[in-house]
Design a protein around this ligand. Structure first.
Ligand code: EPZ
Length: 428
């Protein structure tokens, strides 16, 4: 298993290209199941999770070809052409769902298009129990018959799905996406209330509209979908990754450097940028991209609480905690989305951070500096928070279990080393 070795202390300077968002790309790929036409997706990131989704879709009968690269100035966004002419099967097997929970996003489209889906139940995961009960209850409201047997979700709607009014009892990103896709081919009108407003959900909705769907309220918490008989192919470019953007913004801030994030969109990261600005980070939207710098003295502690969009994203909590670990003063960080998303805390403490967890909140008391150590984490964002800590720490940090990083950060070590970081990947 590969490890990443980092010698910290170098202020990062240069330009980093922000790729397409993983969490937008995965549902967009699943949306290809809804049509026999070709969905051409560009600006796809080159990540392990994208390959897992491609493998799952191929097993279901989707023909996928890579249509060259859209590239420029070092940025390589992939273009996939996905054609689900004939679905050859409707089962998402345990082996793939176990690797990537987002595989459950094929449930809604398979059911809507084929009238049947058999999807392995995703188990718990490192950050929480993460049930899919809300996806299933909402699909039942569209008329699906659902049984749980032998570890699988067995869903049927042989006469087709029928529109309904669905009120999600809590905000669920994946649940909203599954229902949005299913409702596009349901008979009549579906209203999704308390829907997730994440930019990745809006990206999916815009793509579905380009495929012929009728959706109102995109970007709000009420989505109204008029079902259509069929959807067609479309060309669509994936929205830039706001979590990759925030992560590299913190890399600039924590090393006292200056980075330009090309292709990043400030409007997608307002909650994160508000916290960074109050901590003393300068963020300027320029023609070249977003310029992130920390040139005006020390960082200051800031409080934050994770919430559904447009609130502070849970996927940035670990990275911001690392920044607060070396800021002046104390910060209180509260996690409200997942019940077990503080796994980076003990590892950061091994690097010299002063962090105490009380239930769903962590009190972070800033220290003068971190020191390098051997660390590992059990999820993607926790792992990258340790890379950020390593970039700022004295001495050498070795981040183990690099495969987590490969699920969500494209060419992480190349992007950072091009800006001066002393970082390299070593095969075991
Ligand atoms: C998406 O997960 C993202 N994944 C996650 O990103 C992200 O952390 C999360 O949304 C929240 O923003 C993808 O987009 C592929 P949810 P998802 O359904 O859809 C509970 C990363 O690092 N819940 O909004 O699975 C659930 O347990 C990943 O890139 C139910 O109880 O998240 C959680 O506490 C990690 N029942 C909360 O809702 C359900 O049926 C929010 O989950 C569904 C969810």
């Amino acid at each position: 298993m590969d490890r990443i070795h980092i010698r910290g202390g170098t202020p990062l300077r240069g330009t980093i290209h922000i790729g397409g968002a993983k969490n937008a790309a995965l549902p967009l790929m699943a949306a290809s199941l809804l049509t026999g036409g070709t969905l051409a997706l560009s600006n796809l990131p080159h990540l392990a999770d994208i390959s897992t989704m491609a493998k799952l879709l191929s097993e279901l009968g989707v023909d996928i070809s890579m249509d060259g690269y859209a590239s420029g100035g070092g940025h390589v966004g992939r273009v996939f052409r996905l054609t689900a002419g004939n679905l050859t099967q409707t089962t998402a097997p345990y082996d793939l769902v176990r690797k990537m929970r987002a595989s459950v996003l094929v449930l809604g489209p398979l059911l809507a298009r084929a009238g049947h889906a058999r999807v392995s139940l995703p188990g718990g995961c490192a950050i929480g129990t993460r049930p899919v009960d809300l996806h299933l209850k909402a699909l039942e409201q569209l008329g699906a018959e659902i049984e749980l047997t032998e570890g699988y979700i067995e869903a049927r709607a042989e006469k087709g799905l029928v529109g309904a009014r669905i009120v999600f009892p809590m905000v669920t990103v994946g649940g909203t996406e599954n229902l949005l896709m299913a409702a596009c081919l349901a008979k009549g009108e579906t209203v999704l209330s308390n829907a997730a407003r994440e930019p990745e959900v809006a990206d999916l909705a815009h793509c579905l509209v380009a495929m012929g769907a009728k959706i109102d309220g995109i970007g709000t918490d009420t989505l109204t979908i008029q079902g259509v008989d069929t959807l067609h192919g479309a060309d669509y470019s994936v929205v830039p990754d706001r979590i990759e953007t925030g992560t590299y913004a913190i890399a600039a801030a924590i090393t006292g450097g200056e980075l330009t994030l090309k292709g990043a969109r400030a409007d997608l990261s307002e909650a994160v940028f508000k916290v960074l600005t109050s901590a003393g980070v300068e963020i300027t939207d320029t023609d070249q991209g977003l310029r992130i710098a920390r040139t005006n003295g020390p960082l200051r502690g800031a409080d934050m609480m994770t919430e559904p969009y447009p609130g502070f994203p849970t996927d940035m909590q670990a990275q911001v905690m690392t920044l607060m670990a070396v800021a002046d003063g104390a910060s209180m960080i509260t996690e409200t989305i997942f019940e077990n998303r503080f796994m980076h805390v003990p590892e950061l403490c091994r690097m010299g951070a002063d962090i105490n967890v009380h239930g769903s909140s962590a009190i972070v008391r800033g220290v003068d500096g971190l020191s390098g150590a051997q660390v590992m984490a059990t999820d993607l964002r926790a792992s990258v928070s340790l890379v950020l800590a390593g970039l700022a720490a004295r001495g050498e940090t070795v981040v183990n279990r690099v495969y987590h990083l490969d699920r969500g950060y494209e060419r992480l070590e190349d992007k950072l080393s091009a800006c001066g970081a002393d970082i390299r990947r070593m095969a075991e």
